[in-house]
Design a binder for this molecule. Structure first.
Ligand SMILES: Nc1ncnc2c1ncn2[C@@H]1O[C@H](COP(=O)(O)OP(=O)(O)OP(=O)(O)O)[C@@H](O)[C@H]1O
Length: 139
């Protein structure tokens, strides 16, 4: 059965451009409930851990550097079938290829700086939720 939680990050560029409010409004209007939220900045080591699955890929070092370059907003979201629903909702990884009206099309500026992250599986949603939030914060 599909899980009900997914983890998103409003990435540093989108945060710095002051898009957080508009993005959260879209997320709410799409039926996702905010269960936990945190404004934080990752160290390069933490960003490297978060994206460990991409280690060795050509974009890894640059992604880690970007994701630790400034504040980001981590948000734990709830909706039925959350992972798939959210990934469909935010649009393709590359903003240029994302559908009109999606968050990545509206607020992404490049393949790397694509405004938001979305967990890619229920298992990773859980790992990513635990990365940012203690059990206490989630309830
Ligand atoms: N070829 C690439 N060049 C630069 N950055 C990339 C490239 N591919 C992926 N990225 C960056 O790495 C992130 C993770 O890549 P992944 O393939 O998991 O995409 P995704 O699942 O759509 O995105 P996310 O995991 O952030 O929701 C992307 O969101 C993007 O910022």
């Amino acid at each position: 059965m599909a899980g009900n939680l997914t983890l998103t990050m409003i990435k540093p560029t989108a945060f710095n451009k002051n898009y957080t409010g508009a993005i959260l409004k879209m997320i709410n209007e799409a039926g996702f409930t905010i269960k936990a939220m945190k404004l934080t900045q990752l160290t390069p080591q933490q960003a490297g851990t978060f994206y460990a699955v991409h280690k060795g890929k050509p974009f890894y070092d640059s992604l880690v550097s970007f994701m630790s370059s400034g504040p980001l907003v981590a948000v734990l979201l709830e909706k039925e079938n959350a992972v798939e629903e959210f990934r469909n909702f935010i649009g393709a990884t590359n903003p240029e290829k994302a559908e009109e009206g999606t968050i990545r099309k509206l607020y992404g500026t490049s393949l790397q700086q694509n405004a938001v992250h979305g967990s890619d599986s229920d298992e990773n949603a859980k790992v990513e939720a635990e990365f940012f939030f203690s059990k206490l914060e989630r309830f």
